[in-house]
Design a protein around this ligand. Sequence first.
Ligand code: EPZ
Length: 418
Amino acid sequence: MQKILIRGGRTLRGEVPISGAKNAVLPIQCATLLADGPCRIDNVPRLQDVLTTARLLEGLGAKVEHAGSTMTVDAAHLDSHVAPYELVKTMRASVLVLGPLLAKYHDAEVSLPGGCAIGSRPVDLHLKGLQALGAEITVDHGFIRARCDGRLKGARHVFELVSVGATENVLMAATLAEGRTILENAAMEPEIADLADCLNAMGARISGAGTPRIVVEGVPRLSGCTHRVIADRIETGTFLVAAAMTGGRVTTTGARPHTLDAVLGKLREAGAEIAVEKDHITLDMHGRRPQAVNITTAPHPAFPTDMQAQFMALDCVAEGVGIINETIFENRFMHVNELLRLGADIRVDGHTAVVRGVERLQGAPVMATDLRASASLILAGLAADGDTVIDRVYHLDRGYENIEAKLGALGADIRRID
Ligand code: EPZ
């Protein structure tokens, strides 16, 4: 099992290109199931979850070509509408094939995704939204079976709580429904707006994506398209935190600053000087130690839960005390025990962590438990004295493309070891 070795204490400086957004490309890959012709997706990052989704589409009978950062999917002629447990258990986002298969073929079976390290991750909101469009859904023997007689029917549906995946699944299904669908209390993440842009390029008629109210005029069919995936705002935030923790100066290129307002605001509060222009974000820490910040995660445009672990690492080496409230997932503090091994001072009480900054963390062997937890361990290792070895880095490879090459180019002493 591969590990990453970091020799901490280096100041990061330079420019880093940001890859395509994992959480945009995964639903967009699933959306290709709706098209009558091939879809070409550009700026696709080479991530384990992207490869898993490609395998899932091929398992349904789609033809997938992946060259460099371009992926072409032709799902015009499927020979299965069943997403098997073997794949779904490794990646929850597989459930996003349910809406497209149901809308296009009026029949779909997807293994019930299990939970994962950060929580039970139910899909009840996905199913209620599809039922609102007329789907008959049964769940038994670990499988979700969704079917409908003829086309789905457009409807007005209010999500009980904000859910990124449920919004995406129901939005994709609504594109081929008969009539108008209005989704209220929809998630507003930028990845949903990117998905809608791709669907509209296929001939869908969606307005309001990225706001709490999305309106879809159903169409009888969708065609192939070409779409370039937006840059990954969470990868961007992760590199900016790395610069802030090592007192450096880093420019990220690709991500639009307005998708990161809450994160940039917290970095400024931590004492960073931040300049933005078009898709360049420059963070300069001027060699200073960060100030501790308080974080409460919430749906976009509030502070993203996917940046919580990274900011906990920052608070670990900051001046003062930071209080972190995780309101989205019930078990997203798995990185705490590993940060404690590096000498951090953290006390957890339910969904709240109180982090008292220390002058220096001490390098040590640690273990990744989930994607963003592994990112926080990388960041802590960069700022620690001595060597940090992170085990189970397959978690990291799910969401970060070439992270050690990108950090190495910024001056970090980091390499992969067996
Ligand atoms: C997406 O997960 C992201 N994944 C997650 O990123 C991200 O943390 C999350 O949105 C929140 O922003 C992808 O886009 C592939 P939710 P998703 O549905 O859609 C509860 C990463 O690190 N809920 O918005 O699964 C759920 O348990 C990953 O890149 C229900 O109760 O998140 C959670 O408490 C991790 N019933 C809350 O809603 C449902 O049917 C928000 O979950 C669905 C969700």
